[in-house]
Design a protein around this ligand. Structure first.
Ligand code: GSH
Length: 206
């Protein structure tokens, strides 16, 4: 059985829970919210020296960190990762964009505005550039999604799951999603995929 260490409130962790739900793959879940001490513990740091969630433990004990690396591993041989080298490269392109340009603006702004531990960062010099760069990232998605129903073409892939993680809750970061109708239609398409679960879903919870 796979074991997923994940943070219930985090989009990076949600991406992996969402793919596992779409695939119908069972797994053990170990949750660690901010302040729980999990990521600071010596036992966890021995598994992931970066001290970050999510972290996947394979059946044989080997480990994979980084949400997008986990997604790419789990999606091999499924409908969420094309076989064609160019189509795979498009998935990688959007997933690098997610970590470099999207998560760093949209998730970071939402975290500052929602986590009490980050309240001291709620200043215009910190928040304004994040609003601008987040809107730029959403505009890039909007331009693609005006042309194709999913980010890499006609079918959903790990790239869509990766970017869904923080786009679906971008309002928490103060982003006006009315400005991005094609992104909203895409969010609805992903939410309508069989097996979709919400952010708060963790297996075994009532
Ligand atoms: N690039 C990493 C980022 C992971 C990350 O930043 N995780 C945060 C939650 S979103 C975390 O574990 N924070 C706990 C901590 O820093 O103690 C990924 O995509 O997995």
């Amino acid at each position: 059985m796979l074991t997923l260490y994940s943070m219930p409130s985090s989009g990076n962790s949600y991406k992996v829970r969402l793919l596992l739900a779409f695939l119908g793959t069972p797994y053990d879940h170990i949750g660690g919210e901010y302040g729980s001490g999990l990521t600071d513990s010596d036992a966890f740091r021995a598994l992931n020296p970066a001290g970050k969630l999510p972290l996947l433990k394979l059946e044989d004990g080997r480990l994979i960190a980084e949400s997008n690396a986990i997604l790419l591993y789990l999606a091999r041989g499924t409908r969420f990762l094309p076989d064609d080298a160019y189509e795979q490269a498009l998935c990688h392109q959007w997933m690098f964009f997610e970590q470099n340009s999207h998560e760093t603006s949209i998730a970071v702004r939402a975290a500052i505005l929602t986590y009490p531990q980050r309240a001291h960062l709620r200043t215009p010099d910190r928040l304004d550039p994040l609003l601008e760069s987040g809107n730029r990232a959403l505009s890039i998605m909007e331009a693609q999604l005006e042309k194709t129903p999913f980010l890499t073409g006609d079918a959903p892939t790990v790239a869509d799951i990766s970017l869904y993680g923080y786009t679906h809750s971008a309002e928490k970061g103060g982003f006006d999603m009315q400005r991005f109708p094609a992104v909203n239609a895409w969010l609805d398409r992903i939410a309508a995929e069989p097996g979709h679960v919400p952010l708060a879903f963790v297996p075994g919870a009532a």
